[in-house]
Design a protein around this ligand. Structure first.
Ligand code: GUN
Length: 278
């Protein structure tokens, strides 16, 4: 029988721990706040932003909402971020992606002060590896589910800057033996079938079936898609793969809730580490 890794439950535990931590910090005169910036009203982004604000409210993080019109220019957004960077008050800053096409996302990411960048997207934070919400959430899921990483063969499918690359580096830091597969990889199944821990982040609905998976492997599904019946599914075909695993994350309720919990974690940590005077 396989274990279904419960991201909802583990993310709730983390949010409860953060609630206590934020309350203790507030007592000591450090109030945690997060500037949440959304440009335009992409429906998926609005859902993410709403969930992030809800998580802030639960934990006791003040969310400062900046909803800018679709036609906002890059200069205007840069000016807002620079103003927030220079603010004396400690806070995290988060700009919801994607941005409208007149705005260069990379430019925006690199404008956010690294010590306020709770997404962990800034070059300096990518290098430091202490942030990156989704990969950090996956490591936390594995650890809190009692799954050992050290010495295991870990295969990451996907090499994005937000998930695949930082995921591989974090697994390596935990002493896994790590391989990355991507769209140009030859004999992909040959490699994925060696994995004790398989992390799938390729953005293709139900791409991974049981032929990619070694018997008894741990499978982590980062994908989230809506199928023709408007139901959510991941990059992994759960029904086909689950019986061959020892543990697997569902979609929804696996990796997704962890990303927001780790964003909150990063926000509390960022404020804890920030100097009061800037
Ligand atoms: N858009 C999709 N995922 C994310 C995320 O983790 N952070 C931000 N800022 N935008 C996103």
């Amino acid at each position: 029988m396989y274990q279904v890794i419960d991201g909802k439950k583990i993310s709730q535990e983390i949010k409860d721990e953060l609630k206590e931590k934020a309350a203790a910090m507030a007592k000591g005169g450090k109030k945690v706040a997060l500037a949440v910036i959304q440009v335009g009203n992409d429906p998926a982004s609005s859902v993410y932003v709403r969930n992030k604000k809800k998580a802030c409210e639960y934990i006791g993080i003040e969310s400062l909402s900046y909803e800018l019109p679709e036609e906002t220019t890059e200069e205007e957004l840069v000016a807002l971020i620079e103003k927030l960077n220079a603010d004396a008050g400690e806070k995290g800053i988060m700009v919801q992606m994607p941005l409208p096409e007149q705005i260069n996302e990379e430019k925006i990411i690199q404008t956010i002060s690294p010590d306020k960048d709770v997404d962990g997207f800034h070059m300096q934070n990518v290098g430091a590896l202490y942030v990156s919400c989704t990969p950090l959430g996956i490591i936390t899921l594995l650890k809190r589910s009692g799954i050992e990483i050290a010495g295991k063969r870990c295969v990451v499918m996907g090499r994005s800057n937000i998930v695949g690359k930082p995921m591989a580096m974090l697994l390596l830091r935990e002493n896994g033996t790590v391989t990355i597969c991507h769209s140009k990889t030859q004999d992909m199944k040959e490699i994925t079938r060696q994995a004790d821990i398989l992390v799938v982040a390729i953005g293709k609905p139900k791409f991974v079936d049981e032929t990619y998976v070694k018997e008894g492997a741990v499978v982590i599904d980062v994908g989230i898609h809506r199928n023709a019946e408007n139901k959510l599914c991941g990059d992994v075909d759960f029904d086909k793969v689950a019986p061959h695993t020892s543990a697997i994350t569902p979609v929804p309720g696996g990796v997704g809730p962890m990303t927001i919990a780790m964003l909150m974690y990063n926000c509390v940590e960022a404020v804890r580490l920030q100097k009061t005077e800037r």
